[in-house]
Ligand binder design. Structure first.
Ligand code: NAD
Length: 389
């Protein structure tokens, strides 16, 4: 076995027998993560007939890490993700108190994973609230490190908010704050570097996947320098590709309408952090897939990527054989595509499509299917494994 490395030209070097680190995750993580591994192992073994394989390297994080070593996110876990480059994680509980806002945010920030990648597509058999969910096939590139999400804000009435307002009024000549003494304040940093590395990743993805179309989604009409800057810098990136990228842009509110009315008009979407948060969840809901949506956080420059279940730990279902493993499984398909093992990913999505078409799914999905037959996590996993075989 060997680890993935990054070549001088920035491409990933993936050995035939590869080490992939994983975090099991809290709550239902103990059920869905092993299910995902069994299915992936079966697909890789079947498709590559033993020529390729994955050795799974377990890393600690979350409740399990806290119990064993007294910390929710050990340094060794961060170091290992950096070392192995590509990994996958189950859901992690958010510790209450202790100064940690979220383990996921800590991982993203610690490894500077600046792209939140969310592909959105529909699976036949899955109930959707729209008439033509099959027309949705988009990949969202959400900026992951900047914007109002950077966490720079001050509570109303705090000495910091007062000081910040005094600076705005006294030194910057700002007199537009309607209720200055009861206002909270937040700062929205959007940089040229941050924008360009995100949009460049979106353009390269569009070229890699055979589409050349990238749409910038922003509110540059209102926030002229932050979101307007995103648009301007985004178009500058398109110029670097010398006409190979077909770029357009759309104001965020119009995009939300258009994505519902003519979703086929969009392919790869690059957007800022907050817009991306709304857009990813709306599109996932549009294909009925909010509970099974996959995702990844990626730093293409350093070659680091963590694929993840996008839902939480579902403590209400933990240990009952009811959890749906599809979010982490589809994230694993993204991982396989990311390392170039596309055929194994395809074998999994083919098996999923056929299994859903027969109405076989966990209860959260089966209850909305006309021919739905609810099965447990284990039986669903076995149905997929049997189909891949
Ligand atoms: P949740 O996603 O865990 O649960 C919301 C609802 O969705 C519940 O009814 C749950 O049963 C259902 N659900 C979630 N995943 C499911 C699955 N795979 N199969 C079937 N049903 C599923 O959100 P929550 O209850 O708000 O959060 C619980 C914990 O998870 C919190 O500690 C939260 O901070 C954490 N969380 C982690 C992540 C992450 O690691 N990416 C994301 C969201 C929440």
């Amino acid at each position: 076995m060997a680890q993935i490395t990054l070549a001088a030209d920035g491409t990933l070097q993936v050995p035939q027998h590869v080490d992939i680190p994983f975090i099991t995750g809290d709550g239902i993580g103990a059920e869905i993560t092993p299910a995902m591994q069994q299915i992936v192992n079966k697909a890789v073994a079947t498709v590559y007939a033993g020529e390729r394989s994955i050795r799974w390297i377990e890393l600690m994080a979350g409740g399990m890490a806290y119990e064993k070593v007294g910390t929710y996110l050990p340094d060794e876990t961060m170091d290992a993700f950096a070392h192995y480059h590509v990994g996958i994680k189950g859901p992690l509980m958010t510790p209450v108190g202790g100064g940690i806002r979220s383990l996921n945010v800590a991982l993203r920030q610690g490894l500077d994973l600046y792209v939140c990648l969310r592909p959105v597509r529909w699976f036949r058999g899955i109930e959707s609230p729209v008439k033509h969910p099959e027309r949705v096939n988009m990949t969202i590139f959400r900026e992951n490190t900047e914007d109002i999400y950077a966490g720079i804000e001050w509570e109303a009435g705090s000495p910091e908010a007062k000081r910040f307002y005094n600076f705005l009024a006294g030194e910057m000549g700002v007199n537009k704050v309607r209720f200055p003494h009861t206002s909270a304040f937040g700062v929205k940093p959007v940089s040229e570097e941050g924008t360009k590395r995100l949009v460049r990743s979106a353009c390269l993805h569009a070229l890699r996947t055979g589409s050349s179309h990238v749409t910038l989604v922003h509110k540059g009409n209102i926030m002229k320098f932050t979101e307007g800057g995103f648009k301007k810098w985004g178009y500058e990136v398109a110029e670097e590709f010398g006409g190979r990228i077909r770029m357009d842009d759309c104001i965020a509110d119009a995009f939300l309408q258009n994505a519902l009315l003519k979703p086929e008009a969009y392919d790869v979407v690059a957007t800022l952090n907050l817009n991306g948060d709304y857009i990813s969840d709306m599109l996932a809901a549009q294909v009925g897939g909010i509970g099974i949506a996959p995702g990844a956080n990626i730093n293409y420059k350093e070659g680091r990527a963590i694929f993840e279940a996008t839902h939480g730990t579902a403590p209400d279902l933990a240990g009952q054989d009811k959890a749906n493993p599809c979010s982490i499984l589809l994230s694993a398909v993204m991982l396989l595509e990311h390392i170039g093992w596309t055929e194994a990913g395809r074998a999994i999505t083919d098996a999923l499509e056929a299994t859903f078409a027969e109405g076989i799914a966990t209860a959260d999905l089966a209850r909305f299917m006309d021919n739905g037959q609810a099965v447990g996590t284990k039986a669903f996993t076995q149905a997929l494994i049997a189909r891949i075989g």
